[in-house]
Design a protein around this ligand. Sequence first.
Ligand code: GRF
Length: 200
Amino acid sequence: MKIGILISGRGSNMTAIIEAVRDQRIPDAEVSVVISDKKNALGLEKASERGIETIVVARKNRTREEHDAEIVNELEKRGVELVCLAGYMRLLSKDFVRAFPEKIINIHPSLLPSFPGLDAQRQAIDYGVRISGCTVHFVDEHLDHGAIILQKSVEVTNEDTSATLSAKILEHEHTLYVEALRKIVGGKCQIIGRRVVFEN
Ligand code: GRF
């Protein structure tokens, strides 16, 4: 299965996916391209160092639809079948989501539906929750909303800051994203309503 990864920043989840594909922890997959909307994204170099094609598709002064159309075109040209958002900081247009039905996945650093949107770890600290975590989910037309594939919880202590909580969650993000992709690439899951069902 050909995977395309979208990033905007440091790309640690992207790196975890590339390495898991390379080591066959995600079998029968290939990372065909990494696309960033930011030309200075640190992840671009990490992808190139690992031999993956990278492209920058900057927003410029275009509408979301125009920008997304170019990204969709680049993905389609390469025969990408599964799109992984990995710290991609832009909301996708309806047209983008419809171009890859049930084939776009995201990771979010909270236990959704709590704390969608920006600064999820800061939101969790400010709210005073005792447990937070990360969520791998399918992407639909609403922000951080699609069917949940996997979640992992972490404890929030009184000593935690947004930075320490982010670091704790990030460690789990890398393993959770890889585990979710193993199941999806292996064809082992189905979406029924809001529920993602795994076969054994
Ligand atoms: C991660 O915390 C991810 O959950 C969120 O953005 C961050 C991206 O980090 N969507 P990285 O670029 O993968 O290191």
